[in-house]
Design a protein around this ligand. Structure first.
Ligand SMILES: *Cc1c(COP(=O)(O)O)cnc(C)c1O
Length: 337
């Protein structure tokens, strides 16, 4: 194996040695298989390929100063995958199966876990999809659940640095009663064109408005949105956004730091009143936002070119818990022996 340059890893795919797989056939989950192939033969009429029966998850494992490997809130990911599966009528992997596969894939790929202090971590990608053939529109009768891992560096090379967001009314990501609340690939297909537009115009991502009224903030591409004002952490409540585990954790941390927290509808106009704004998710942890531009009204909301004080405090606190630098009083981490 080539030596990995841990300090210069980007957020991308690096081949590891093993992945784990489990097939759902005849109404039940089979044995866990360990594979060293990056490929999977699939039926040409698989529902994943034709009708988008696919859901995924994303979580991280961190090596601590003590050399131990910590997983962050994995049960939340297991539950969310089950919810996504239910949402698009797929067989849902039980929590126990999720756990066994998760631990196995981490143990099997020990040498790909980035060392402490490099800023890198092991990104874990569970993926579930319909492998059974259907030509009429129907859920598959067979599924595969795979977990692979890949070492990743910080999401942004520059580190913890503010980025800009674009609000556009040319595209929607998810409908109010649609699949926005599930972590399914289809939402991402629906977001690619708007994301491309944002990138082409020099923005890091799109800040989506609610699809029905175009009046409220939904979320930022693959991350949830939050704003800070008057010692309060505010994050949108919406049926078309993905319930982020990072966001949920930040709410708890903010309360623990003596802040008020609100999860409620956030009107577009309220952007003007925030002292800090940010995007949050597993990949980026917290990404501070320095500027939001509305492409119709031309209105620009700015939050300064340095990360805000509260965002920085939350970011450091969350990372300290994840790596084990600070005691985990919330019971969020689990050591993988
Ligand atoms: C995965 C995801 C997030 C972030 O969720 P975390 O659990 O914090 O990683 C936010 N929005 C969307 C659309 C996502 O797919």
């Amino acid at each position: 194996m080539k030596n990995i340059d841990w300090k210069n890893l980007s957020f991308g795919y690096v081949k590891t040695e093993y992945n784990v797989r489990c097939y759902y056939r005849n109404g039940k989950w089979g044995k866990i298989e360990v594979s060293s192939s990056e490929y999977l033969p699939i039926h040409i009429a698989a529902t994943a390929l034709h009708y988008g029966q696919e859901a995924f998850e994303g979580l991280k494992a961190f090596k601590g100063k003590d050399g131990k490997v910590r997983l962050f809130r994995w049960e939340e990911n297991a539950k969310r995958l089950q919810n996504s599966a239910k949402g698009i009528l797929m067989a849902a992997p039980p929590t126990e199966l999720f756990k066994k596969m998760l631990k196995k894939v981490i143990r099997k790929n020990q040498r790909f876990i980035p060392p402490y202090g490099t800023g890198a971590s092991l990104y874990i990608r569970p993926v579930l999809f319909g492998t059974g053939p259907q030509v009429g529109v129907k859920p598959a009768e067979e599924y595969v659940f795979i977990i692979f891992v890949t070492p990743v560096g910080p999401y942004f090379k520059e580190g913890f640095k503010p980025v800009s967001m674009l609000i556009t009314r040319e595209y929607d990501r998810a409908a109010p009663l649609g699949t926005g609340k599930y972590k399914v690939g289809g939402n991402y297909a629906a977001s690619l064109a708007s994301m491309q537009k944002a990138h082409d115009e020099g923005y890091a991502n799109v800040l989506y408005l609610d699809a029905k009224e175009k009046k409220y903030i939904d979320e930022c591409g693959p991350a949830n949105f939050f704003g800070i004002k008057d010692n309060t952490y505010i994050t949108p409540k919406s049926d078309s956004i993905l319930p982020s585990i990072t966001n949920k954790s930040l709410i708890t941390l903010a309360e623990h730091m003596g802040m008020k927290t609100e999860r409620r509808k956030v009107e577009l106009d309220e952007l003007e009143t925030f002292d800090e704004a940010g995007a949050c998710g597993t990949a980026a942890v917290i990404t501070p936002i320095n500027k939001i531009v509305d492409d119709i009204t031309g209105k620009t909301y700015t939050y300064g070119d340095k990360p805000g004080e509260v965002s920085t405090k939350l970011y450091k606190k969350l990372q300290a818990i994840q790596t084990g630098d600070e005691e985990d009083i919330f019971g969020w981490t689990e050591i993988v022996e």
